[in-house]
Write a protein that binds this ligand. Structure first.
Ligand code: HEM
Length: 194
């Protein structure tokens, strides 16, 4: 494992963090809009779902890269003065984020693979992504409950992700503005001059 940086994450970890964060927030906003706004024109909803699938699969690939990077590059240490319970909550939150960022796109992919509609997934309109093997042969009646299960899982995980994002952003802002420690600047070193 590469030696820990003293006061901030590696550039690769920082780029992956902010890129994934931006994409996930976009996916949540677009995901809620395309499923909850009944007045959306059908063609627009279709395009949004196609784009959602492509960006979601991108997040899956970026998260896999991030996990590999994280396993080979130790993060900088947390402030010495940080209470032990906060360090434990921080470790648990980050672990939960990795699990969600893998399980959310996988559940979405399995949902569309099991869908009785059989809508193909084109990655950014260019490459057809094969659906998970085994579902295509099932009858529409057999597909329905499987699709329903993954759809429910995707929705529950998405709401879990929203709760985690709120907790994570709240904690980061509290560290920066109230505790005035270096927790946020480990991931946003450009704020360090404050
Ligand atoms: C980190 C990645 C992802 C996030 C954060 C995310 C988030 C969301 C959210 C918030 C919704 C609305 C849930 C609801 O309230 O019903 C949604 C719906 C949906 N997602 Fe994802 N998603 C991700 C990845 C994917 C992937 C990879 C696919 C497919 C390849 C996918 C396919 C879908 C589809 C088809 C819907 C609409 C479900 C319906 O018709 O109700 N998602 N997603």
């Amino acid at each position: 494992m590469t030696k820990a940086r003293v006061d901030h994450y590696t550039s690769v970890a920082i780029v992956l963090h902010w890129l994934i964060a931006a994409l996930v927030i976009g996916l949540i906003i677009a995901g809620l809009s395309m499923t909850k706004i009944d007045a959306l024109p059908r063609a627009l909803r279709f395009e949004m779902i196609q784009m959602h699938k492509s960006i979601g699969l991108t997040v899956l690939a970026l998260t896999l890269a991030r996990v590999i990077w994280r396993l080979s590059h130790r993060p900088p240490p947390l402030p010495v003065a940080m209470p032990a319970w906060q360090k434990t909550v921080s470790t648990l939150t980050h672990g939960a984020f990795y699990v969600l960022l893998l399980a959310l796109p996988v559940s979405g992919y399995l949902m569309v693979s099991a869908s009785a509609w059989g809508v193909p997934t084109f990655y950014f309109g260019v490459i057809e992504v094969p659906h998970f093997p085994g579902f295509a042969e099932l009858t529409p009646e057999a597909k329905k409950p499987i699709e329903g299960l993954f759809k429910e899982t995707h929705e529950i995980l998405a709401f879990g992700a929203i709760a985690l994002v709120v907790l994570h952003v709240g904690a980061a802002l509290r560290h920066h503005f109230v505790d005035k420690d270096a927790v946020l600047t480990r991931m946003a070193p450009w704020l360090r001059a404050r």
